[in-house]
Design a protein around this ligand. Structure first.
Ligand code: KIV
Ligand code: NA
Length: 253
């Protein structure tokens, strides 16, 4: 798609029905993101989600996707425990789910693991810029500005055999510089408009996330309100005994 000058769309998915809808809508790539720790499990960071839990969700999403490519995050700290551990986790994704690839937070420092997984037959998307699994080392979530390091990370990921690189929370200029520096498709989130594609957390896009929303989110729907209002309607219909009606009830015979 990058060679053809086409923009790539990517969204997160964590369950069967949502993944099926996103797939039918023509989204190119689905990500079983470790963001599920926050938007599904209700944790403060992405750190608590386990490999077993990632597999549980990846299995549902992989089964739902008919045409989208499905990428699964290696959760903290699986991608930082050496070559063998990364290959074992990547192999679990390919053996136990119908998903196609893994994403590993990192670039230059993780190049040995990217290369080992690709060599083993596991396609890898790298993830440079803001790396949410690093939140405690960084002391928070901030825009990454060290252009030289960020470009070097993407170049190292490309050399190691990654098929794409996700770029999170960098300036428009850095997003452009990274995209210019590699032939790989770059998938941006808060990385400006010159990356090959864009990704968002689906719950943020739909207005289903509680509390803080990062600057890079465009909330295109208000699904929280739909769920809230529908639940209130349902409660009231029960209270005033208009539900169930004749149409929702069975006859005597
Ligand atoms: O886990 C996630 O949702 C991500 C985002 C960058 C899309 O990795
Ligand atoms: Na992630």
């Amino acid at each position: 798609m990058r060679d053809d000058g086409k923009s790539i769309s990517m969204l997160t998915a964590y369950d069967f029905p949502t993944a099926a809808i996103l797939d039918e809508a023509g989204i190119d790539l689905l990500l079983v993101g470790d963001s599920l720790a926050m938007v599904v499990q209700g944790h403060e960071t992405t750190l608590p989600v386990t490999m077993d839990q990632m597999i549980y969700h990846a299995e549902m999403v992989g089964r739902a996707a008919k045409r989208a490519m499905v990428v699964v995050d290696l959760p903290f700290p699986e991608g930082q425990l050496g070559i063998r551990r990364s290959v074992m986790c990547g192999a679990r994704v390919l053996k136990e789910t119908q998903c196609h690839a893994v994403k590993l937070e990192g670039g230059a420092e993780q190049a040995d693991r990217i290369e080992a997984m690709v060599t083993a037959g596991i396609p890898v998307m790298a993830h440079v810029g803001l790396r949410p699994q690093n939140v405690h080392v960084e002391g928070g979530y901030r825009v990454k500005r060290d252009r030289k390091t960020l470009v070097a990370d993407a170049v190292a990921a490309e050399r190691a055999g990654a098929f794409a690189v996700l770029v999170e929370c960098v300036s428009v200029e850095v997003g452009q510089a990274i995209t210019d520096a590699v032939k790989l498709p770059t998938i941006g989130i808060g990385a400006g408009n010159s990356t090959t594609g864009q990704v968002l957390v689906t719950n943020d896009l739909l207005g289903l996330t509680r509390g803080y929303s990062p600057k890079f989110v465009r909330q295109m729907a208000d699904v929280s309100s739909i769920i809230h209002d529908t639940a209130v309607q349902y409660r009231q219909a029960i209270a005033d005994k208009t539900f169930p009606g004749e149409k929702e009830s069975f006859d005597v015979r």
